[in-house]
Structures are given as C-alpha cells and as structure tokens.
Design a protein around this ligand. Structure first.
Ligand code: FAD
Length: 281
C-alpha cells in the first residue's frame, strides 16, 4: 500500500436538473460514501440559478449523516439575498461553505453588490461570525482573468485575510504549479491548507471543453495522447487513471493535506483512483 493510505479526501457534486439526475446522484453518493469523505460539496450556479437544487442536495447529504459543504457564489447578488441565503443554510445545519465570486453566463448584466470573493468572505464573517468554516478557490495555474500572477496571489491573500479557513484548487495536471503556489502562500505568511482539486480523466472532449473555460492547462503530452485514442474510451480511461493516480501520489508525497475530487456526479472514476491510491478500506 502506498503512503497515500491515510490522506483525507472530499468529493464534489453539481446539483442535478432532472428527477432522474437526482435519483442517480443519490446512488452515486452511496457508492462514494464507502470512501469515507471528510465532506461532500455541492456547486452553486452563479446568480443563484441552482439555489434550490444545491440546497436540496446539501440537505439530503446532511440527512444521510455526512458532512456537507454548500458552494456559494456572490456575483449578481445583493447583501439582502446573501443574508437570507446564509440564514437558510444555517437553519439547514450547514457548517461549511465554499465561498466564490462565480461567473455570470454571457448576456447577464454584471450588477450585484459583490465584485470579488474576498468581499463575500468578509460579509459572511461580519454577518455570521464563526458559524461557518469557509473554503475559497485557489488557482495554481493563475485565474484566467487575473491582471498578473502576483495580483492573483494577492487576491488569494485577500480572501484568507477576510476570514477563509481553507482553500481548494482549480484542477491541474502539473504538480509543480501546485507546489509553487503552496510555497508562495507560505511565503506570504498565510496559514491555510491548499487542498488540490483532482479531476479524473474519463473523456477527452469533455476535459478539453472544461479546461478551455477554466484556464486549467492540459499538458501537451496528455492532450496529444488523449487525442490519439480517438473514440477508444477504454484507452482514454486507462490512460487517465494512470496519469491522475501518479499526480495524486506526487501531491501526497509532497505534503498535500487532502484531496478534493471533482466527481462530475459519477462514482466509477473516483473510486478507481482511490483504489489505486490505497484509500479504499
Ligand atoms: P475571486 O477570488 O474573486 O477572483 C476572481 C478574479 O478577480 C481573479 O482573476 C482575481 O485575480 C481577481 N481579483 C480578485 N480580487 C481582486 C481585486 N481586489 N482587484 C482586482 N482583481 C481582483 N463557480 C460557480 O459558479 N459555482 C461554483 O460552485 C463553483 N465552485 C468552484 C469551486 C472551486 C474549488 C473552484 C476552484 C472554482 C469554482 N467555481 C465555481 C468557479 C469560480 O466561480 C470561477 O473560477 C470564478 O471566475 C472566480 O471565482 P473566485 O471565487 O475564485 O473569484
């Protein structure tokens, strides 16, 4: 068994849009609970577009006896709407938030009373004290809209200084970017865990699409190999499992505090990775 055996993990879901999706996610969760995640998080559509689905999924996870984190994005929101949503989350028994700016779909006017996630973190702390454990997003490969790498680090520092307890990264396949970011964070005197976000590789086209939008780099050697498999999904999955297992092993060996899996509401790839990593009891 590798030395990854005791690293904690968490898993992320998105709120399903259909009754079938809700039923499928229930089954997926039961499979993933075998991994004993520290918490399960549920994403939140910018502009509050998925609020009901997010809160419903979070409620179900809590009712299943598992710790749940609600993502919470502030773009387009007002102080009053955020205050009301925080009260709802508190009443539901939620103790952990992933506080984000979010991205408005094109066509939405900017509007809203929050510009950056740091303002949301400060607002949550001012309104609710220490009621919530607050996670924020981190970008080892630099957020696509950052003015500069240094400005992006300062933006991260602002979120921590506003009261964030921990952070989860955008996914990446280049561990050096992560280790450099962790060093930079420590050099700024910021004492927060930086948990790597792990995206299993199961489909070439889906990965390229997400990565274009999020600014996560697919290294050339990975991209070309994935393209060379064409429609051969078995080879894509086998290659993806090798690549991401090796990434997780390097992260663990380098001191990553935990692993956060972007499950895409699927259990197979995350479980296969955890089996390879010796994380399945
Ligand atoms: P911020 O930290 O506010 O940063 C956004 C940009 O503004 C960066 O370029 C930063 O450098 C810059 N910036 C920050 N402060 C300043 C300042 N004072 N002056 C100038 N520039 C500044 N999106 C969703 O819609 N829903 C989700 O549930 C969701 N979950 C996510 C979970 C994780 C772990 C991650 C990594 C991302 C998630 N996202 C989600 C995507 C996220 O909303 C986008 O990446 C968004 O573009 C930035 O959000 P942020 O919270 O990182 O923003």
């Amino acid at each position: 068994m590798s030395d990854t055996s005791r690293i904690p993990l968490s898993v992320e879901f998105f709120p399903p849009k259909t009754p079938e999706g809700v039923a499928k996610l229930r089954a997926v969760r039961q499979q993933l609970y075998a991994l004993k995640p520290e918490f399960c998080s549920v994403t939140f559509g910018a502009g509050g577009s998925t609020q009901e689905g997010t809160f419903n999924a979070v409620s179900e996870i809590l009712a299943e006896g598992v710790s749940a984190a609600s993502h919470f994005s502030c773009i387009g929101a007002t102080r009053d709407t955020v205050r009301a949503q925080l009260a709802t989350l508190k009443a539901m028994g939620v103790k952990r938030l992933v506080a984000l700016r979010g991205d408005l779909p094109s066509g939405y006017g900017a509007g809203g009373e929050f510009h950056y996630a740091s303002e949301l973190v400060a607002f949550i702390r001012a309104e609710t004290g220490d009621d919530f454990f607050i996670e924020v997003a981190a970008y080892p490969e630099i957020h696509p809209q950052a003015r500069s790498p240094e400005a992006d680090l300062q933006a991260f520092a602002a979120k921590v200084k506003a009261g964030a307890n921990s952070s989860i990264t955008q996914y990446f396949y280049n561990p050096d970017a992560y280790f450099r970011f962790v060093d930079d964070v420590a050099a700024m005197g910021l004492n927060v865990p930086v948990v790597p976000g792990i995206m299993p590789i199961t489909s070439s086209t889906q990965l390229m699409r997400f990565s274009d939008a999020s600014g996560a780099e697919i290294p050339r050697w990975i991209r070309l190999r994935l393209q060379s498999f064409g429609d051969d999904t078995a080879s894509i999955k086998a290659f993806g499992l090798d690549v991401v297992t090796s990434l997780c092993e390097q992260l663990r060996a380098g001191g990553a505090p935990s692993l956060h899996f972007y499950t895409m509401n699927q259990s197979v790839a995350t479980i296969a990775l955890c089996e390879r990593l010796g994380l399945v009891a």
